[in-house]
Design a protein around this ligand. Structure first.
Ligand code: MGD
Ligand code: MGD
Ligand code: MO
Length: 753
C-alpha cells in the first residue's frame, strides 16, 4: 500500500485520487480539496520568476502591483545567492529576516522552514522569530506562572478518556470543536475528538459567541473579549461563599492573598462580583453565581481554547482560568482541573505516548537577534525603535532582506493593508512556495517549490503513534523543485552546498532520519522495520502506544517532592517577576482590563469580528482547491451573521456584503445562523488576500474575504506581544456596486513563461 500525509490527515493512494486511511474515524473535510489545489495550474507557480520593478531597481515600491519575468533555475539561484551575499557584506547577517513563520507541510525532511534555517545558518545566520501566531501569550506566560513551557503544558494535558469518565462539569471557554481538531502539526493518522465528545458524560457549558464551537452544549453566548471578567466573577463568588479549596491554595499556589485582594477590590475599590461582571459579559448575574456553585459541587474541568488568547490582554483569560481551577482544587486529579487547547488541534489530550523522532539538524544561528513573531510590520516600519517583550527591553533590527519559505504572512498577519506598506521597505524579498499566494505575489525572487504530493517523505509526528512513508503521488508541476534542492542550488553559488547536503541525496536524508527513528523506537522497546521494508509497507503503528496523562498530577500530589520550576515552586497566582516589571498592560496577577476596542464601548452599528480557523482549509492552504471554492459565495469567503442583524440592515442570505472599519474593507458572501450573537460577525481566515488595485484608493478594498484586511496589528500586551486578531470591530453593509472581479484566481502577469 502506498500512502501520503498532511497536517490534516493520512491518505492512501486510491486510483487517480487519494482516500483517507481506512481506520480514521472522522477524516478531515480539508483533504477533499488537496489534490485539486495541487493540480491547479492557475495557482501553482510554474517557473522561477523575478519581479519587474526589482530588476529595474525600484527599491520595493512595486511590490504587490508588478508583473514578473520567468527565468531559468540557474538565473534564479544566481540572483538569490548574489542578493544574500550583497546584503551580508553590506549590512551583515543581522539585516536578514528569515523568521519565515508558517505551517508549510507535514513530512519530516521536506519541511520548508527547517531547510531554510539550516541553509541560512550555514551562511552566517539571520534574524529569527519567537513564539507563534497560535498561542504566543501562552508561550510567554506559562514559563512565568507555571515554570513550564507551553509545549510542556500541551504535552501534559489530561487525556480525553479521563475527562469522559471523571468529569461531571466541563466549562469550555471558546468551546471544543471538531472543526479545528481536523489538524495536527506534522500529520495525524486519526481524528478522534468527535468520538471523545460523544463519550462525554459531563454537563457541558460552551462559553462562546458561537454555538457551533460546541454543538449540543449549554450555550452561554458571552460578549467576546470579556471571558476574564466572567472568570473573575466566578472566582469572586467562590470566595464570597467560602467555596474555594483553601488547602489546595496553600499547598499548591503562591500569591492567593494578593489575588484575593484584587477580587475584593482592595486596591481599585471594585469587587469583581457577579453583578459587576454581568453587564460586561452580557450574562445574568444569577447564572454566574449558580455556575460558580455548580463548579464547587461537581468534578469540574476549566477548559480554554487557544483562540481566546489571540486578543488584547490575551494572557488574562489563561491566567484567570488557571487561578479559578486552582481555587476549585481539582488540578492534578483525573478528568478535572485546567486544560488549554482541547480541540484546537486533534492531538491535545490524545491518550497516546509522545515520541521524539529525529529531525533535520538545523545547525546554530550565529545571529542572536529575534522579534516576537507578530511584530513584523512594527519591525519593518521602525528599525531601531524600542519595544518590550517578556520583561526585557529590545530594539527592532534594520532589515534589508526578507526570506520566506512555507508561510503566508499576507494571510496570517493582522492589518494587511499596513503590512502591504511596511513590506515595501526591505530591499529584497525572496519567497519559496508552491502557489501564487498573496505573499509570493509580493516577492522579488519567487522560487517554485513542490507540494508533498510530488516527493517522498516521512510522517513522524511526536503526537501520533502511526509512522507513514509518504510516497510521491504525482509528477512535479511545472519547474517546481523540492525546497532542499532549491537551497542546494543557491548554496552551490555560495560554496555551502556540500555542508548543506553533507553529501546526501534526498533519499539519503530519508534513510538517515529513519535510522534515527529506529534508534528512538528501540528506546521504547520497539523494533522498526528497515528503510526499504518500511517504504514498501507504507505504514507502521507503534505498539502499546496508549498512555493516559493527568495534567500536573505529580506536582499536585506532592509539591515538595515535585515542585514546579516557577519562582515559588508552585502555581503563581501573583507573580513577583511580572509585578516588578510594572507593565501597564499585564499586572502581577490575573486582572480585567477592557480591550482596546470592544462592544462595551462600540459606536452604534459596529459588530465584533470573529476570525477563527476555516472549516474547509488549513489557513490559506488549498484555498484554490475544490472544497474551499465550493463553499464560497460568488467566489468570496462566506461570513456568518445573525438573521435579526441581517434583517435590520436589509441584508439577505447569499448576497455579497462589505465588512469595513478604519483599517480597511473586504467583501464576503453572507450566510445566516441563529448560532451567533447578534452583535458579532464571523469571517474565517485564509481567503487569499486580493486588494483591488483598480479603484481610486489602491489599498481600500479586499475582494476575496480576508478578515486580516480588518484586524488590528498591536501586540496583546508588552509581556507576550502575541497577535490580538480577535479584538476587532467592523461594520457590515450591503455591497450595491458591481461586483469587482477577483485577480487572485489568475496568476500574476508573467513575461516569458
Ligand atoms: N485574523 C486572524 N489571523 C490569524 C489567525 C486567526 O485566528 N485570526 N490565526 C493565526 C494562526 S493560529 C496561524 S498558525 C497562522 C497561519 O499562517 P500560515 O502558517 O502562514 O498559513 P498557511 O496558509 O498554512 O501557510 C503556509 C504556506 O506554506 C506553503 N507551503 C506548503 N507546503 C510547502 C512546501 O513544502 N514548501 C514551501 N516552500 N511552501 C509550502 C503554502 O502554500 C502556504 O502558502 O495564521 C494566523 N492568522
Ligand atoms: N479546519 C482547521 N483547523 C485548524 C486550523 C485551520 O486552519 N483549519 N488551524 C490550526 C491552528 S494553526 C490553530 S492555532 C488552531 C486554533 O484553534 P482555536 O484557537 O481553538 O480556533 P479558532 O477558530 O481560532 O477559535 C475558536 C473559537 O473561539 C471563539 N472565540 C473567539 N473570540 C472569543 C472570545 O472572546 N471568547 C470566547 N469564549 N470565545 C471566543 C470563536 O467563536 C471561535 O470559533 O486551529 C488548528 N486547526
Ligand atoms: Mo496556529
Amino acid at each position: 500500500m502506498r500512502y501520503t500525509a498532511s497536517h490534516w490527515g493520512a491518505y492512501q493512494f486510491d486510483g487517480d485520487g487519494l482516500a483517507p486511511i481506512a481506520d480514521d474515524p472522522s477524516p478531515a473535510r480539508i483533504g477533499r480539496g488537496w489534490l485539486s489545489a495541487a493540480r491547479d495550474r492557475n495557482s501553482r507557480i510554474l517557473t522561477p520568476a523575478i519581479r519587474d520593478g526589482w530588476l529595474a531597481g525600484d527599491g520595493g515600491a512595486g511590490r504587490g502591483r508588478d508583473g514578473f519575468v520567468a527565468v531559468s533555475w540557474d538565473r534564479a539561484a544566481a540572483l538569490a545567492a548574489q542578493e544574500l551575499a550583497r546584503v551580508r557584506e553590506t549590512h551583515g547577517n543581522g539585516a536578514i529576516f528569515a523568521g519565515s513563520y508558517g505551517w508549510a507541510s507535514a513530512g519530516r525532511f521536506h519541511h520548508a522552514q527547517s531547510q531554510l534555517r539550516r541553509f541560512l545558518n550555514l551562511c552566517g545566520g539571520f534574524v529569527s522569530a519567537r513564539d507563534t501566531y497560535s498561542h504566543a501569550a501562552a508561550e510567554v506566560l506559562f514559563p512565568h506562572v507555571l515554570g513550564l513551557s507551553n509545549r510542556a503544558v500541551q504535552d501534559g494535558q489530561t487525556s480525553w478518556p479521563l475527562v469522559a469518565e471523571h468529569c461531571s462539569l466541563l466549562v469550555a471557554f471558546g468551546g471544543i470543536s471538531p472543526r479545528t481538531a481536523q489538524i495536527n502539526s506534522s500529520g495525524t493518522a486519526g481524528h478522534e475528538v468527535a468520538h471523545w465528545l460523544g463519550q462525554m458524560r459531563a454537563r457541558v457549558v460552551n462559553v462562546s459567541p458561537q454555538e457551533s464551537d460546541y454543538p449540543g452544549a449549554d450555550w452561554w453566548a458571552i460578549r467576546p473579549g470579556t471571558d476574564t471578567a466572567l472568570i473573575l466573577a466566578l472566582a469572586h463568588t467562590l470566595w464570597a461563599e467560602g467555596l474555594q479549596d483553601d488547602a489546595f491554595l496553600t499547598r499548591c499556589t503562591s500569591g492567593w492573598p494578593e489575588f484575593r485582594d484584587y477580587l475584593c477590590g482592595a486596591a481599585d475599590g471594585v469587587a469583581k462580583t457577579a453583578d459587576w461582571a454581568a453587564p460586561i459579559c452580557d450574562l445574568p448575574a444569577a447564572r454566574i453565581r449558580a455556575l460558580a456553585r455548580d463548579m464547587a459541587a461537581h468534578r469540574t474541568m476549566i477548559a480554554l481554547n487557544w483562540g481566546m488568547q489571540r486578543a488584547d490582554h490575551g494572557e488574562q483569560p489563561l491566567w484567570a482560568g488557571l487561578a479559578l481551577a486552582a481555587m476549585l482544587g481539582r488540578i492534578g486529579q483525573p478528568g478535572t482541573g485546567f486544560a488549554f487547547g482541547y480541540g484546537s488541534t486533534t492531538a491535545v489530550g490524545r491518550p497516546a505516548k509522545l515520541y521524539d523522532w529525529p529531525s533535520l539538524p538545523q545547525g546554530r544561528n550565529p545571529v542572536a537577534d529575534f522579534i516576537p513573531v507578530a511584530r513584523i510590520a512594527d519591525m519593518l516600519e521602525q528599525p531601531g525603535a524600542p519595544y518590550r517583550y517578556n520583561l526585557t527591553d529590545r530594539t527592532y533590527p534594520d532589515i534589508r532582506l526578507v526570506w520566506w519559505a512555507g508561510g503566508n504572512p499576507f494571510h496570517h498577519h493582522q492589518d494587511l493593508f499596513r503590512l502591504e506598506r511596511a513590506w515595501r521597505r526591505p530591499e529584497t524579498v525572496i519567497v519559496q512556495d508552491h502557489s501564487w499566494t498573496a505573499t509570493a505575489r509580493r516577492a522579488d525572487i519567487v522560487l517554485p517549490a513542490t507540494t508533498p504530493l510530488e516527493r517522498d517523505d516521512l510522517m513522524l509526528s511526536r503526537r501520533d503513534p502511526s509512522l507513514i512513508y509518504m510516497s510521491q503521488r504525482m509528477d512535479r508541476v511545472g519547474m517546481a523543485l523540492d525546497d532542499h534542492e532549491i537551497l542546494r542550488r543557491i548554496g552551490a553559488e555560495l560554496g555551502v552546498a556540500e555542508a548543506f547536503t553533507e553529501g546526501r541525496t534526498a533519499e539519503g536524508w530519508l534513510r538517515w532520519l529513519w535510522d534515527g527513528a529506529i534508534a528512538q523506537a528501540a528506546q521504547h522497546g520497539v523494533t522498526l522495520p528497515g528503510f526499504d521494508h518500511f517504504r514498501q509497507m507504507g505504514r507502521f503503528d507503534m505498539p502499546d502506544a496508549a498512555e493516559a496523562r493527568v495534567f500536573l498530577r505529580d506536582f499536585a500530589a506532592d509539591p515538595d517532592l515535585h515542585p514546579l520550576p516557577s519562582e515559588s515552586g508552585k502555581i503563581t497566582l501573583f507573580n513577583r517577576a511580572i509585578a516588578r516589571a510594572n507593565l501597564p498592560d499585564c499586572p502581577g496577577h490575573p486582572a480585567w482590563m477592557p480591550p482596546f476596542e470592544s462592544l462595551l464601548t462600540a459606536p452604534e452599528g459596529m459588530l465584533h469580528l470573529i476570525s477563527g480557523q476555516p472549516d474547509t482549509r488549513l489557513h490559506s492552504q488549498n484555498d484554490r482547491g475544490c472544497e474551499s471554492q465550493s463553499d464560497k459565495i460568488a467566489g468570496r469567503e462566506a461570513c456568518y451573521l445573525h438573521p435579526d442583524t441581517a434583517r435590520a440592515a436589509g441584508l439577505a442570505e447569499g448576497a455579497v456584503v462589505k465588512l469595513w472599519n478604519a483599517r480597511g474593507a473586504c467583501l464576503a458572501g453572507l450566510r445566516l445562523t441563529s448560532g451567533i450573537r447578534p452583535d458579532c460577525v464571523a469571517l474565517p481566515t485564509g481567503a487569499w488576500f486580493d486588494p483591488d488595485k483598480t479603484g481610486p484608493d489602491e489599498t481600500g478594498l479586499e475582494r476575496a474575504g480576508n478578515p486580516n484586511a480588518l484586524t488590528r496589528d498591536v501586540g496583546c500586551s508588552s509581556l507576550s506581544q502575541g497577535n490580538s486578531a480577535h479584538t476587532t470591530l467592523v461594520r457590515v453593509s450591503a455591497w450595491d456596486g458591481a461586483l469587482p472581479p477577483l485577480s487572485i484566481d489568475q496568476p500574476p502577469p508573467i513575461r516569458g513563461a
